[in-house]
Design a protein around this ligand. Sequence first.
Ligand SMILES: C[S@@+](CC[C@H](N)C(=O)[O-])C[C@H]1O[C@@H](n2cnc3c(N)ncnc32)[C@H](O)[C@@H]1O
Length: 295
Amino acid sequence: MTRTDLHDRVARTYNSETGLIAAKNRMVLDRQRQRWAGRSDPLRVADLGVGDGALLEALREALSLADGPPLVLTGLDISPAMLSLAAQRVPLMPVLSCASRAAEHLPVRGFDLVLAHFILAYVRRRALLRQAARLLAPGGVLSVATSTNEGAEPLLEQIDSLFRHSRNPVRRAVARAADHAFARSSVPATGADLVEDAAACGLHLLRRDRMRQIIVFNTAEEAYRFAIEDGWCVNVLAVPGLPLAMAQVLTRAGLRLFRYPFTFTQVIEMMEFSADPVSADVLSVTARMPVAVPV
Ligand SMILES: C[S@@+](CC[C@H](N)C(=O)[O-])C[C@H]1O[C@@H](n2cnc3c(N)ncnc32)[C@H](O)[C@@H]1O
C-alpha cells in the first residue's frame, strides 16, 4: 500500500466539519478574511495538501460576502481522491504532486497566499518550507498549521513503560512501530522549531496563534478512529511489504495494549510567514498578538 492509497482511503472518512480541523479552519479563515478583505485584485491561492478543500470553500464565501477579491485557486495533493473532494466543493486547478516538488508544477512567485496545513506528518519540514517560499509573490503570505509533539509525553511514557522494556516481543514491536512512525513524521517538537526552520528557509514570522485541546480516548476503538480514520497518524499503516489489512489488524491489536482512558493534549500552531523582509514595526505588533486561544 502506497502513501497515496492511504490518503485516498482517509478521503472516505475525512471530517473537516467538527473537531480540530474545523477549529483550525475557523481560526485561519478569520485571519485571512481580515488580511485580504480590502483588496480588489484577484487573490492567487495555492493549497499544498488541499485535502477536502473545506477551507478554500469557506474562504471564497467569506471574501465574496466581504466584497473581497475574487480567488484564483490551486489545490495540490498527493491523493486523487482528496483532489476530487476539493474540486467538488470549489472551482480550482487540481495538481497531483508531492508538496516537496510543488515549485516544479506551480508558478514560482505566482501566489499571494500559500496554505500548508496539517501536512508535516508527510513532508519533510524544510523541503516544504523551501518550496512554499519559492511560490510566494512579493507581499505574499504563507499560512502553516501543524500539530506539535508538545503534548505527546503521555504517549511516550506509555510506550516506554508498557512496551519498550517489556519481555513480550509483541509489545517491543509496538514500541519499534511507534519509533518508526515518529521518525518518518516531520511534525515539529514545538512551534519554536518551526519558526527556526522557516527562518533558515528565508521566511519571516508575521503572526502566530496556538490552540490546545485535551483529548481523551476511553477505548482502543476511539484511539483507532482518531489515529487512522481521521488521518492523524495514518502513516503508521505504511509499512513496506505489509498488506493494508494486516497493518490495520496489527495497529488495532497494538492500540488494545495501551492503558485507557488515555489523555493527552493536542497543540496546534498556526503561523503566517512572509518571504519579504519584515519591518521592525510589523514584528512588534506580532509580538503583542494573543498566542493562546483555547478551542
Ligand atoms: C490531514 S490532511 C490536511 C488537509 C487540509 N490541508 C486540511 O487542513 O484540512 C493531509 C493532506 O495532505 C495530503 N498529503 C499527504 N502527503 C502529501 C504529500 N507528500 N504531498 C502533497 N499532499 C500530501 C493528503 O492526501 C491529505 O489530503
